[in-house]
Design a protein around this ligand. Sequence first.
Ligand SMILES: *[C@@H]1O[C@H](CO)[C@@H](O)[C@H](O)[C@H]1NC(C)=O
Ligand SMILES: *[C@@H]1O[C@H](CO)[C@@H](O)[C@H](O)[C@H]1NC(C)=O
Ligand SMILES: *[C@@H]1O[C@H](CO)[C@@H](O)[C@H](O)[C@H]1NC(C)=O
Ligand SMILES: *[C@@H]1O[C@H](CO)[C@@H](O)[C@H](O)[C@H]1NC(C)=O
Ligand SMILES: *[C@@H]1O[C@H](CO)[C@@H](O)[C@H](O)[C@H]1NC(C)=O
Ligand SMILES: *[C@@H]1O[C@H](CO)[C@@H](O)[C@H](O)[C@H]1NC(C)=O
Ligand SMILES: *[C@@H]1O[C@H](CO)[C@@H](O)[C@H](O)[C@H]1NC(C)=O
Ligand SMILES: *[C@@H]1O[C@H](CO)[C@@H](O)[C@H](O)[C@H]1NC(C)=O
Ligand SMILES: *[C@@H]1O[C@H](CO)[C@@H](O)[C@H](O)[C@H]1NC(C)=O
Length: 653
Amino acid sequence: MAWPRVPCLLLILLLLLQTCLPQPGPPSPPSVPQCHIPYTEGQQAGIHCFWEPGQDPQIPTSYRLCWNSTEGGSGFVEGTNVSGVIPRDLYSSYSYMTVLVRAENQHGSAKSKTVEFNSGDIKKPPTPKITDHCPQPLGIYWTLQCNDLGSSDQHCEVQYRTQDQQGWTQEDQLLRNFLLLTPRPYTVYEFQVRCACEGPEALMSDWSSVYTAQSSESAPVKALDVWSDCGVTSELSQCALMWKEMPTWLAQGKVLGYVVTLSHSNGTVKVVNVSTSELDGPCVCQEKRCRFTPSLQGVSGVDVSVYNSQGASKPAPLALPTLGLQVPELSFTVNLDILSLNVSWSLPPQAIENMQEYVVQYKKMGLPLTKGFDWIKVHKKNTSIILRGDFEKHTAYNVSLFAVFINSSCLLASTIGYSLHGLPPKVPVFNVQQIADSDVTLSWQHISLNQSKGLILRYQLVLNNFTVYNVSADQSSFHLLGLTPGHHQVWIRAETKAGLGPSETISFSTKNSHGYLRYLLPLILILILLPFVIILSIQMKTCFLVPEWCCEKGPDPSNSKLFQQMTLQFNSSLTVICSPLESNPKISELEVVENLFWDVKACPRKRSSPDGQTEGMLGEERTHTRTDTESGSLSGDDQFVSDYEKHFMPLDV
Ligand SMILES: *[C@@H]1O[C@H](CO)[C@@H](O)[C@H](O)[C@H]1NC(C)=O
Ligand SMILES: *[C@@H]1O[C@H](CO)[C@@H](O)[C@H](O)[C@H]1NC(C)=O
Ligand SMILES: *[C@@H]1O[C@H](CO)[C@@H](O)[C@H](O)[C@H]1NC(C)=O
Ligand SMILES: *[C@@H]1O[C@H](CO)[C@@H](O)[C@H](O)[C@H]1NC(C)=O
Ligand SMILES: *[C@@H]1O[C@H](CO)[C@@H](O)[C@H](O)[C@H]1NC(C)=O
Ligand SMILES: *[C@@H]1O[C@H](CO)[C@@H](O)[C@H](O)[C@H]1NC(C)=O
Ligand SMILES: *[C@@H]1O[C@H](CO)[C@@H](O)[C@H](O)[C@H]1NC(C)=O
Ligand SMILES: *[C@@H]1O[C@H](CO)[C@@H](O)[C@H](O)[C@H]1NC(C)=O
Ligand SMILES: *[C@@H]1O[C@H](CO)[C@@H](O)[C@H](O)[C@H]1NC(C)=O
């Protein structure tokens, strides 16, 4: 039952298509033809006619140019879709003519409206020729032969534009020259002229070929854009002076050089005149930025001007970086991508006094001064700027905001941005240090900004494939406490927006331990006992556990034979306690030789040190000193007078 309906639907579709699509049919009528006889030297040319074919007929269509004339009758020629030529031998000069265009295809034909003219009036004058110009004021001169057409009067049209403009500016001119009164200095202009010789129809000639002429130079009016790259410091001695090359239309001439004036704080003013022909050494211009590298140490003012053949710009002062200014806290946001840098900041809570403008600068990290560096001045009312550029991905840029005063500048904020965050590399120098049996300190070095490929958000530590610790990006060590005894493995990975980097691993072992008590108990015992021992040792006059300085090493009476004999009977145990210190005393035996010729000067000092050794510059021949460390060896004569008495008692005992 459904089958018969299908052809019906197809039919409807076809009908719809036919009404919607352009129908093949007779062509639409062309526009009225415009006819003229081009200028030729010598023999006259045919009549050239031009028209618009109307809507594109989509099918082959022929165009025919038809005419009737008072002399020579009627005729036609086949043309293209837009033009046709009536040959010279088919029309007579100064005859009245009617002309139309007829378009025809397989479906039918259409005629344009008719144009009427006298073949004597449609001659084009010769094309004028611009022959010369003068640069100041910018003017052009041209030649034209209207005399051939029996007329000496003319009127012309001039059109001009600068090379970077699209459209032309047109002006009428009756003379054979044209002056541009206020041209842009040092600019290339293009000119064209066409003219009509006075006559009934006064057809315009074709446009002359384009003539280019450059206006003359004039002194630059704008000041240079001067700034400095001081690296991470604001130390003037570290700064490189920089300025932007002036675009030609502002320089208003060929830049011949720059004049840098350095005023020193001691009053000396140094003027450096660098010509562009010798731009190397201290002053180099590259990629539209110039840098001047002599140190600015001791400089209190710097300005730069640019000069061309007509004069110099007004000196542009460098806003010297200053420290120690009270600046408000600003929020500072930087969005960086490969092609643009979007910097925005908050308005300071109260206006910064005397501030003239902001400067936003950026610096590719890890490059020497002035490299990968650019800046832009921003009006003080603005709080954001978008810089176009070619920003490398995975690269750190230091973006800073400055406030600029009359001749000083001051850092307001700075931050690090990446055009695209990449995965960070391994964390360098990963170390472990055991601080106790079950505690370790892990330490590492930060990845440097020009290697990190992205902003490090945090470090991730993984203990034994299991426990994960997040460590903030500004830390470079971590304490692992209470580790179980045994072998451990720790991974460390840095993390950026792009993810976690490769891990660095460290392995270590912790010893068996019973916790703190093992150390704590003996320590408490020692602390409890210590005061008793000290008191005891002071009472016993021994230096045991008492600092040496508080226990002057004096003669130990126990070494005295007298004392020994006395104490022998008591056999006190105290002696045993006191004895360790001088259990092995050094006993000196001093043999005194009487000398009548005592030379005082030869012996400025003579004293016995407590340990029994005789110090001093005793004359070797006069005093004979024998030192004996063995306590038992006593001189045979002095059996009664022991070493002690010899040593510490007055000599004449
Ligand atoms: C020329 O004259 C003929 C006859 O009068 C007329 O049909 C035709 O349209 C004319 N053609 C033009 C171009 O005027
Ligand atoms: C005239 O025909 C040419 C090709 O024969 C075509 O390229 C051109 O577009 C046509 N001009 C117009 C105005 O239809
Ligand atoms: C970024 O530049 C500013 C201004 O020169 C500087 O003060 C700051 O230290 C720089 N930051 C880094 C991380 O180098
Ligand atoms: C700099 O040198 C140029 C050419 O050498 C000279 O014309 C100009 O006057 C000099 N400018 C100054 C300020 O010395
Ligand atoms: C002033 O200082 C500059 C640089 O600091 C030095 O070159 C110059 O000789 C000094 N002039 C005087 C007069 O001290
Ligand atoms: C620039 O950044 C600011 C703040 O982050 C944002 O509001 C603004 O839309 C950004 N502009 C462009 C063009 O991305
Ligand atoms: C800034 O310029 C003013 C006026 O020109 C001057 O008085 C002042 O000393 C200059 N300040 C510095 C830091 O050079
Ligand atoms: C950690 O886990 C990985 C796979 O998940 C395994 O290859 C590796 O041996 C493990 N390491 C340790 C120490 O368990
Ligand atoms: C570590 O930080 C990541 C990312 O913020 C989070 O997903 C994770 O839960 C954190 N882990 C720990 C142990 O805090």
